[in-house]
Design a binder for this molecule. Sequence first.
Ligand SMILES: Cc1ncc(COP(=O)(O)O)c(C=O)c1O
Length: 386
Amino acid sequence: MTVDFQTLAVKGVQGLNPYQPGKPIEELERELGISDILKLASNENPMGPSTTVVDALHDPVIEMDLYPDGNGFILKQKLSEKIGVSQSQITLGNGSNDVLDMIARAFLCAGREAVYSEYAFAVYPISVQSVGATAKVAKALPVDHQDNPYGHDLQAMQALISDKTSVIFIANPNNPTGTWLGAKELDDFVSRVPESVIVVVDEAYFEYVQEPDYPDTLQWLDKYPNLIVTRTFSKIYALASLRVGYAVCSEPIADLLNRVRQPFNVNTPALVAATAALDDEEHLQTCRDMNTQGIKFWQAACQSRGLGYIPGVGNFITIDFGQFAMPIYEALLREGVIVRPVANYGLPNHLRITISTAEENQQCLDALDKVLANLHPQITPINADD
Ligand SMILES: Cc1ncc(COP(=O)(O)O)c(C=O)c1O
């Protein structure tokens, strides 16, 4: 090979690391020769989608030989009624990652900057750098911060805004930390951002959040025409494999996003499933309640074991093992449990565990106790019902 293809790639791409997905169940089964693997690595919803979705997908009208509705009319219509915005404010994506990418392609390029926080969702650097823009990463709040350890430091983010800044990404709640911002502080922040800078509030996990102070950002779209709210059907709606997410924003911005949107970016089964999913509020509530119970379970388990954790509000808990966590991750794999190392986020001592059903949470905790007992004989595993 005479050409070093690395040097042919645009500079931002040369500096990127590929996104690390959670290890697939099939791969671990092959590697270890075991079955019944528990995967708690990708913040998927263990309850699966609503039966309304399953029924809709069995409907024979899904014609696979035809292109999908490129405008996603029926889904947008239903979504617009549900969330109280006009259809022309909604942009559909192949997952919300696709929408984040569209935002980067519409508003960023070489010479422009995007601001986001340390520990923020890993897709922001990919979207920003792949269009040649520069990422300005604000230090997160300190680990011992009283209210929001590891959280977005909005002051630090504001300090990074310059006349080159085109986009600010805020994950609320953030993955992998689960940290979140309240309505007042976020509103104050957005009000201070120049209107010429796009503020993206990524709400992939918003349906899980039960905090009374969590913002209703869609109410702000009239006063902040530079605001884009992104959401997904991958998390509480449990449609991760189908890939559908959306942005809600002012019409002029939606128009720009639609210019860079790939034709037919959301496939027909995804459109059908997402539309049907919106019908089942009860399923959503069941999933939300299970998650809330699961967070309490894990927080109590960490406290009784003297393990630190980030007090998050997503569908996952990020545990601080106070030591390099990779051996714990690997030992858990050998116990048939896949969790997520987050060293790539600058959190080498942490592992992120997706909240699951009561039974699976317990199964994971039992495995963790076994692993910790072997690593640290001084940490005594406690009873299942503690
Ligand atoms: C904070 C955050 N935003 C966006 C996404 C993207 O989800 P999707 O592309 O599946 O909609 C994720 C997925 O894990 C996430 O954690």
